[in-house]
Design a protein around this ligand. Structure first.
Ligand SMILES: Nc1ncnc2c1ncn2[C@@H]1O[C@H](COP(=O)(O)OP(=O)(O)OP(=O)(O)O)[C@@H](O)[C@H]1O
Ligand SMILES: [Mg+2]
Length: 391
């Protein structure tokens, strides 16, 4: 019989089936809001009914006879729509690996592994099956004040201006003292600390109370200033907010905190693109290079982050490095540059609202449009396109 591990079934959570006795507890930690069924029976009675309901099947290869697992995988291959499958085990026999080839979406996790590895393995498999899942870009500053919030706000405003669809949301994960709400001239309504006690209770209705409408097609999720917010928000709460938001909006732009949090890599792993914002100083360029290298290593199964150089100005006006010198320091090409325009930036933040609305003729607006175009084309995945050195 299928045993119910989690009693709640919000409409927008992943329905999970676990085959094997020990994986259910770990699955519950990895997917706190998901309804989970577990089949520990070695004969897998009830598999056909349960697999028809599941979007993700986790199989503990070591807990079941190999023949049983092969049979289970072949039966899963017949289910329509086919669930994603993750096979776990300390040493997985070749015969099981071959059986997995019959599936549309599968992965293997070598035991022992952490709950975050399970969630990370599942994310791309689930995304591949969900065409309604939103696009998600993360923006992170290489150093303080590099312009991450400005870029996140302007990208959000520019995408919203296209109109149509379900619109998008800027999510400010600088939970203690984020500036996105002030830049946009709206209030911050996300009380993430209160939601931390029960991440499973975060659903689209609660998300609606957390959101602040900014303009047509654009909402903001931002915490009011709260010095303790980083301590009270758990990784489960942060990931759950993103999961529910991803079902509500066509796109998400995340303003990431610069300092590493327990959930930073999980959030970045879920992003389709990660943009590191640097300014044109040697310390910022070195920090951008190091941050990029760290993320490339730690998120090796995801596309490499992009670097954007902010506040570019005419060399004649100051001693800043040229683009060629900057890219030499970065040891790679930048995806895009943003012109320095203090007047437009300052006017907009002081009046409250994106530069796109307050100072539409600013070169920053034009440069953001170019940046979006490049991100959409993802031209620099192999580092062989984007800006030419010395351009
Ligand atoms: N291209 C630009 N030209 C001129 N000023 C800019 C530009 N981009 C950002 N600024 C200004 O630089 C300052 C810092 O920008 P912003 O707050 O976006 O940086 P940040 O990386 O988010 O900072 P923090 O580390 O505090 O989160 C702001 O006053 C902003 O208006
Ligand atoms: Mg900021």
């Amino acid at each position: 019989m299928a045993e119910r591990v989690d009693g709640m079934t919000p409409a927008n959570t992943t329905r999970i089936l676990v085959l094997g006795s020990k994986l259910a507890a770990l699955a519950k930690e990895s997917f706190p809001a998901s309804p989970i069924e577990a089949l520990a029976d070695p004969a897998l009675a009830g598999l056909d009914g349960a697999s028809g309901r599941a979007e993700l099947v986790l199989i503990e290869a070591d807990a079941l006879p190999t023949d049983t697992v092969v049979t289970a995988i072949l039966r899963l291959a017949q289910v329509s729509p086919q669930p994603a499958v993750i096979l776990t085990g300390a040493s997985i026999p070749i015969v099981l690996m071959r059986a997995l080839l019959k599936l549309e979406r599968s992965d293997v996790l070598e035991a022992p592994f952490h709950r975050t590895e399970l969630a990370r393995a599942a994310a791309p498999l689930l995304r591949a099956a969900d065409p309604a899942h939103s696009m998600c870009w993360g923006v992170i500053g290489a150093v303080g004040g590099a312009g991450a919030t400005t870029v996140a706000v302007e990208i959000g405003a520019a995408l919203a201006a296209r109109g149509g669809g379900r619109g998008g949301c800027i999510i400010d994960l600088n939970l203690a003292d984020g500036a996105a709400a002030a830049y946009l001239g709206v209030s911050a309504n996300m009380r993430l600390g209160e939601a931390a006690a029960g991440p499973a209770r975060i659903d689209s209705a609660l998300l609606d109370t957390f959101c602040t409408p900014v303009c047509e097609g654009l909402d903001l999720l931002a915490n009011p200033r709260a010095p303790e917010a980083f301590e009270t928000a758990t990784p489960q709460t942060v990931m759950r907010i993103l999961e529910v938001a991803a079902h509500k909006y066509d796109w998400l732009i995340i303003d990431m905190p610069r300092h590493r949090r327990s959930w930073t890599l999980d959030v970045l792993h879920g992003c389709d693109e990660v943009v590191i914002i640097s300014e044109l100083t040697v310390p910022a360029l070195i920090a951008a290079r190091k941050l990029s290298q760290e993320l490339e290593t730690e998120l090796s199964d995801r596309p490499a982050p992009h670097i954007v150089l902010n506040r570019m100005s005419n060399r004649l006006l100051g001693p800043a490095p040229t683009l060629r010198e900057a890219q030499r320091a970065l040891k790679r090409e930048a995806l895009a540059t943003l012109t320095s325009d203090w007047e437009s930036a300052a006017k907009s933040v002081n009046l409250g609202g994106p530069i796109l609305h307050r100072q539409p003729r600013s070169k920053i607006v034009r440069d953001i449009a170019e940046l979006i175009e490049r991100l959409e084309a993802d031209k620099t995945k192999s580092w062989d396109s984007g800006l030419r050195i010395g351009a």
